[in-house]
Ligand binder design. Structure first.
Ligand code: HEM
Length: 554
């Protein structure tokens, strides 16, 4: 019979039991952590205090915690783990902190791509997580509606259990909640946004005209434009950033800081119950809510000249069907500000970078814009942008090489299912899975030749293609798999603002390039741009100093 008063045996058994609770129930609330990590050792110490000195009691507690880590690590690296057969970095298999570290550094997209190059199509990037670089993984993971969003999205729920649209797991709740969005981004609503798009784009061209021949950070101006536009589209609100030339209220900074912190925290959601109680986190969340509430109150008081997103979320007939509370509507308004401003500004900035890098592409784009809109014609005739092949090829190529959301979007194989078939793999229940967009978009099986090179021609149907080197290639040797092109994701939880984003990006590129030539500022090394891009779920980026010159006759 084992001696049940033996302190070592007691601590080992308690620690093993605690490890089992974590393994099987994955508790993710503060009280459970407190009970398991503080309550149980406190009981142990109470029980052992007659036998052990104070120092020995402290040692027992440390031993208890260490053993939990040892059990966890041993199991995760053992051949008994359900994901043992999948290759991946050892530290990644041990803890998600490894991925969080690269996320914090900003280069997670490049790191995961390197892992796919080294380990293959499927990589175990976390203890319980697989990253796929296969086009045939998109359907089962995102389209089939059998996998809900994973714990990565726990950060989408704020302090008072208010969850934004992108954090809603249940497909039927999500479907209802998304209805007003679908209408707000439908053809007739988009027509309604055209006047504001026109006004804001003209304002952008005007403020840029005033700064010709100066070195300006075009990426900054795209951001100011993005916020001003979405302020109107979402809340009928004028932020006035373009006019001011600045982000006077620090809104952009707050959003970027929030995006970055959320991205890193999302990797280790078990930490959320602790973080949510820290004063700076509480303040940041409350500040954002306060801003949303102020915008919503302003919008309710002043009304709006046209049907904006707030109208669709609150007044349209689909609003009642959505089942969203006022707090959720406000949170979704903020989501629109974050999801709809930085993303398009990022893609527009990337496109400017590619134009500077490839002047021959800029020249072809200028030619197409000039042919479509000869002098005297309005480059903001939205009805013609979708039919400009080279413009759309340049936008697609930008979204392929540097999508605004670079990483994989986590889903989870349903618990209680017998696993899921993803491509040729049968993945166990409870596994977190994603397709890594950055890697897939540069996969030579899907985009060839030159998968890492900006080559818009690949998007144009031709019998013979001319490579940037001047060499001719027959179409049989060119692969452009549109089904593997997913910058807006796919399936029922794909980007709700895709149509608006495309209209906006086409129009801005047309208007800016119709008017200006872009030149790299001499002191700027273009190699910096891609190095500075950070994967923070939404990409963050550095400065792009350029000089604009008005084109002749414009
Ligand atoms: C180039 C611009 C954009 C890109 C590349 C982009 C990309 C994406 C992606 C990849 C997702 C899926 C995220 C996930 O599953 O975690 C998403 C979701 C979303 N996007 Fe966009 N987006 C863009 C612009 C916009 C705009 C302009 C808006 C709105 C004004 C918007 C609103 C949303 C919303 C609300 C969701 C959540 C949808 C849901 O969960 O049902 N996005 N976006």
């Amino acid at each position: 019979m084992p001696d049940t008063t033996d302190p070592k045996l007691l601590v080992c058994s308690a620690s093993f039991a605690c490890y089992l609770v974590y393994k099987y129930f994955e508790p993710n609330n503060l009280s459970a952590h407190v009970v398991l990590l503080l309550g149980v050792p406190a009981l142990l110490v109470g029980r052992l205090s007659p036998q052990l000195s104070f120092l020995q009691q402290a040692g027992a507690v440390i031993f208890y915690w260490s053993l939990i880590l040892v059990f966890t690590a041993t199991y995760r690296l053992s051949p008994f783990h359900p994901l043992a057969k999948y290759p991946g970095p050892t530290l990644g298999k041990l803890s998600r902190i490894y991925v969080a570290y690269f996320n914090g550094r900003g280069d997670l997209h490049r790191v995961i791509r390197d892992w796919h190059d080294r380990y293959g199509d499927v990589v175990r990037i976390g203890p319980n997580e697989l990253s796929f670089c296969r086009a045939d993984a998109l359907q089962p993971i995102y389209v089939a509606k059998s996998m809900q969003k994973g714990p990565y999205y726990d950060t989408r729920t704020g302090l008072e259990n208010i969850t934004t649209l992108d954090g809603v797991r249940d497909f039927s709740v999500h479907g209802a909640r998304r209805k007003p969005w679908v209408k707000a981004m439908g053809i007739s609503a988009l027509k309604g946004y055209e006047p504001i798009l026109q006004t804001k784009i003209l304002e952008l061209v005007e403020v840029l005209s005033k700064r010709q021949k100066e070195t300006i950070d075009i990426s900054h101006w795209m951001n100011l434009f993005g916020f001003d536009l979405i302020g109107h589209v979402a809340f009928g609100h004028e932020f006035g950033m373009l006019k001011a030339g600045e982000d006077d209220d620090g809104l952009m900074r707050r959003v970027e800081d929030g995006v970055y912190a959320t991205a890193v925290l999302s990797q280790t959601p078990w930490i959320l119950p602790f973080i949510r109680r820290l004063p700076p986190a509480v303040k940041a969340i409350r500040d954002m809510r306060h801003m949303g509430a102020t915008l919503a109150q302003g919008r309710t008081k002043n009304g709006s000249a046209s049907k904006d997103l707030f109208y669709f979320l609150t007044e349209d007939e689909t609003a009642a069907e959505s089942g969203a509370t006022l707090d959720e509507i406000i949170a979704d308004g903020i989501l629109a500000l974050v999801a709809g401003s930085d993303t398009t500004a990022t893609v527009l900035s990337h496109l400017c970078y590619f134009m500077l890098r490839h002047p021959e592409c800029a020249e072809r784009l200028h030619k197409e814009i000039d042919a479509t809109f000869p002098p005297g014609e309005d480059p903001l005739d939205f009805s013609r942008h979708a039919d400009m092949p080279y413009l759309n090829a340049c936008i697609n190529e930008t979204l392929r090489l540097l999508p605004a959301v670079l990483g994989g979007l986590q889903r989870i194989v349903k618990r209680g299912s017998s696993g899921a078939t993803i491509g040729p793999h049968v993945v166990p229940e409870g596994t977190q899975v994603s397709v890594h967009t950055f890697s897939l978009h540069r996969d030579p099986r899907e985009f060839a030749p030159l998968p890492d090179v900006f080559w818009p021609d690949r998007w144009l149907a031709q019998d013979t293609y001319v490579l940037p080197s001047g060499a001719a290639v027959d179409k049989a040797h060119v692969t452009t798999n549109r089904a593997a092109f997913v910058p807006f994701s796919v399936g029922p939880q794909n980007c709700a603002g895709r149509a608006l984003a495309m209209i906006e990006m086409r129009a801005v590129v047309c208007a800016v390039m119709h008017k200006f030539e872009l030149r790299r500022a001499e002191e700027y090394d273009l190699d910096r741009w891609e190095r500075d891009v950070m994967d923070a779920y939404i990409s963050l980026r550095g400065k792009l100093p350029v000089i604009l010159e008005q084109r002749q006759g414009r």
